[in-house]
Write a protein that binds this ligand. Structure first.
Ligand code: ZN
Length: 144
């Protein structure tokens, strides 16, 4: 059994495996609370505290509703969605990590496939870099 986990910004990916985990529009089982979100946005707590609070919340969620966690772990392919931009501090990355650890315990091999839109960007930047590696006219001249 494998679970391929992707992450994406809401609106950037609309595949069938897209799964909204925001407190605003998503599945509360895996969302942070408004309290945590607002405290983080207001700068009242730092990212370390956010992580701590979110992990505690998810532990409680797991205890209350293990079936929901079991189901999400057995989806085969899953893209966790949130409003935050790619690469920003976001609970979708924390959730992916939690699911990876849970998978180890439940015998599900969880593969973190990374951010969907970020992946495309990375591919582009890789292409840019490889193009950049083609020697400039000056460099070519110095060779010959
Ligand atoms: Zn987020």
């Amino acid at each position: 059994m494998e679970l391929h986990i992707y992450t994406a910004q809401i609106g950037k990916y609309k595949g069938l495996d897209a799964y909204d985990v925001t407190v605003k529009t998503g599945d509360y089982t895996f969302a942070p609370t408004w309290d945590i979100v607002q405290a983080w946005k207001a700068g009242a707590i730092d990212w370390g505290t956010y992580k701590q609070k979110y992990r505690q919340l998810m532990l409680d969620s797991y205890k209350q509703n293990p079936t929901a966690w079991f189901e999400i772990l057995h989806k085969g392919i899953l893209t966790l969605l949130c409003y935050c931009r790619a690469g920003e501090n976001c609970h979708r990355y924390l959730l992916a990590e939690i699911l990876r650890k849970l998978g180890e315990k439940e015998g599900v091999c969880v593969i973190d496939e990374g951010e969907r839109s970020l992946l495309e960007k990375n591919d582009e930047s890789l292409k840019d870099k490889s193009e950049g590696k083609l020697l400039s006219a000056a460099q070519q001249q110095s060779l010959f």
